[in-house]
Design a protein around this ligand. Structure first.
Ligand SMILES: O=C(O)CCC(=O)C(=O)O
Ligand SMILES: [Fe+2]
Length: 431
């Protein structure tokens, strides 16, 4: 990013979002055929929060595109078993546990999940195919498997540069307990119910083999897809949505953007776009959730909305408890996975890494210590300055937020004003 782009991007990112007026203005998705400059993607898709599809050129050199797929384009189940089940060890060590959802059963608004050995899932999948894509066990879907975290030495794929400004995984990698990089594998007919992603993050999803159909709704449209209790529809194609007594506003919703994703293609799903996804064939995909300076405001708005809904839920106890506000934070953390204190630490971690980067500013990626530094080098100092500028804006908004002001100071391990000062100085040296 050069100085001019930096200034342009900062101004673009500051513009208010008009999500509630956003309609499905186009029924087509932009298609990126070949290598394109990072900043085109940044300006055309990340900042305006618009979807796009990358051609299979972008995944052609991934090992999994060769190794996990047979010559006729089907999942290579034998090879997968070989790769993820270690032979020759005791039975106990032999098993790779994986999370598996049952698409034929509904529990609240999702599918019940179980943990099963990988080889049992592969065995099930084999039988399902042999049985003409049916099974008394229902349609099982291996999803949200942290394959990369569990098998880091496998060198399965390479994160494309377009998705490399990834604060979510950068932060959660530091705690070493979680990440948002997943593998999905499911037979034809498996599907994912209607939802938006964790913290309203972006996602990218690459088909290793198979095909997916995506139904995408721009932010705000989900309000028309709630039932009379305010619950989001489970399946936006279900006939029950025609029932005006249950889904009073369904007719106001626009048609979703319907996208077919072929083998090798990568879809970029913008922040807060609700979606429902079908595997049209036996399909394997890599899916990452990620966020950065471009959609940080959407995450912050999401957290404020989540807190407001917790507050509404337990409003009746407000005057009877001194610790009511703290309780709201605890409930929010357990429902959403994060509270205001942790959001502030997240921003601090992201800011500190960029301040150190700008202070040391290695000239080329070869001198970088780790993947985060490598990505900061590749994106350049003006991108780091953009990141800091965005952290600054959101932090300023947090500091004027009444619920944030009420936090017990011990919930923060640092003094926000000092951090803001450091950020301002670091940005000043670069712009
Ligand atoms: O592929 C699927 O079944 C769901 C993927 C998804 O929801 C996502 O990548 O955000
Ligand atoms: Fe999703």
């Amino acid at each position: 990013m050069d100085r001019e782009t930096f200034h342009n991007c900062c101004s673009l990112a500051k513009m208010p979002r008009q999500i509630h007026q956003q309609h499905c203005s186009s029924y087509f998705i932009d298609y990126i055929e070949r290598e394109t400059p990072y900043f085109k993607f940044f300006k055309n898709y990340l900042i305006p929060n618009q979807p796009c599809m990358f051609s299979k050129k972008f995944t052609e050199d991934w090992n999994c595109r060769k190794n996990w797929v047979t010559v006729d384009g089907k999942p290579n189940l034998q090879r997968l078993l070989h790769e993820f089940e270690k032979k020759g060890m005791t039975a106990h060590y032999n098993e790779t546990p994986v999370p598996v959802a049952n698409c034929s059963a509904k529990e609240y608004n999702s599918n019940p999940k179980q943990i099963m050995p990988f080889k049992e899932f592969i065995q099930y999948w084999r039988e399902y195919i042999q049985n003409g894509h049916s099974s008394p066990k229902g349609c099982l879907y291996l999803k949200d498997w942290h394959m990369q975290r569990n098998f880091p030495e496998h060198n399965t794929y390479k994160n494309p540069i377009y998705f490399s400004s990834d604060w979510l995984n950068e932060y959660w990698d530091t705690s070493e307990v979680d990440d948002y990089r997943f593998v999905y594998m499911g037979p034809k007919g498996s599907w994912t119910p209607f939802h938006a992603d964790v913290f309203r993050s972006y996602s990218w999803s690459a088909n290793i083999c198979g095909r997916k159909k995506w139904l995408l709704y721009p932010p705000g449209q989900e309000e028309f897809l709630r039932d009379c209790h305010g619950n989001l529809a489970y399946d936006v194609t279900a006939p029950v949505l025609q029932d005006k007594g249950l889904y009073a506003q369904f007719e106001e919703a626009c048609q979703p953007l319907e996208i077919i994703q072929e083998a090798g293609e990568i879809i970029f799903v913008p922040s807060g776009w609700h979606h429902q996804v079908y595997n049209l064939e036996d399909t394997i995909s890599i899916n990452h959730n990620w966020l950065n300076g471009c959609n940080l405001d959407i995450m912050w708005q999401f957290l404020q909305d989540e807190l407001s809904s917790v507050q509404r839920e337990i409003e009746e106890w407000r005057d009877t408890m001194d610790t009511w506000h703290q309780h709201c934070q605890v409930i929010m953390k357990s429902c959403t996975g994060i509270d205001y204190g942790e959001f502030a630490s997240f921003l601090k971690t992201i800011a500190n890494t960029r301040i150190s980067f700008l202070n040391s500013c290695p000239r080329n990626a070869d001198n970088c210590q780790d993947l985060v530094a490598e990505s900061l080098c590749a994106l350049g100092p003006h991108h780091a300055a953009f990141d800091l500028q965005r952290v600054l804006q959101i932090f300023e908004s947090m500091l004027s937020n009444e619920d944030f002001k009420r936090l017990d100071p011990s919930a923060l391990s640092f003094k926000p004003e000092e951090l803001l000062q450091e950020i301002r100085e670091a940005v000043r040296t670069i712009v």
